[in-house]
Design a binder for this molecule. Structure first.
Ligand code: COA
Length: 164
């Protein structure tokens, strides 16, 4: 039978506990999960694509059905090319919904062969976002509860030397 592949896209700038939870849960539902470092054209990333991939690798090394890739194009084209059956996204709050709903509809219009699947974020991760992590790190706060230990030092180090 054909493998059921899901794509988990995002900027991952940087990866957080919230992302890791969604990736782990997707890996239990699908045969294979491609974590896709994608470009959000309205954002100016703080970490290079290679740095983001390395951080995702570090926090998912206990999962054996994960692939990490990057793509600078339309998500729908990538999903089609990889013959994935789903796009998996985490929903944190009602405020995420309108944007995610629009993206899901646009992706479906561009490629009808995959469904967007929303997983509800764990309550303890509801307040996390990559920007919040960067702001706290830049201002010398403690990001222990926001990002896995394996990437914490890399993030702290980056923002102790460089502004957002
Ligand atoms: N827990 C905690 N935080 C989470 C989370 C979770 N489960 N899921 C997402 N977040 C955070 C992210 O860190 C991000 O924080 P930030 O805004 O501070 O950076 C925020 O929620 C938004 O995440 P998301 O909606 O996934 O946006 P994104 O910028 O990470 O990714 C893309 C958006 C890259 C998937 C989208 O722009 C895309 O598909 N780009 C490709 C081009 C394309 O096809 N465009 C047309 C799409 S219709």
């Amino acid at each position: 039978m054909r493998k059921r592949i899901a794509v988990c896209p995002g900027s991952f700038d940087p990866v957080t506990y919230g992302h890791r939870d969604i990736i782990r849960r997707a890996s239990e539902i699908f045969d294979e999960v491609i974590v896709l470092v994608s470009v959000n054209h309205s954002k100016n990333p703080s970490f290079s694509v290679t740095e983001r991939i390395d951080m995702i690798k570090a926090v998912t090394d206990d999962l054996d059905n994960i692939e990490i890739d990057s793509f600078n194009g339309l998500l729908a084209d990538y999903v089609k090319k990889r013959e994935a059956v789903a796009i998996v996204k985490g929903l944190r709050a009602v405020s995420d919904f309108e944007y995610e709903f629009q993206q899901a509809l646009a992706n479906k219009k561009l490629y009808d062969g995959a469904e967007t699947v929303f997983l509800t974020t764990k309550p303890e991760n509801m307040f996390i976002s990559s920007s919040v992590v960067k702001q706290i790190a830049q201002l010398g706060g403690d990001i222990t509860d926001f990002v896995p230990g394996k990437v914490k030092d890399i993030i702290v180090e980056r923002f102790s030397k460089r502004p957002l």
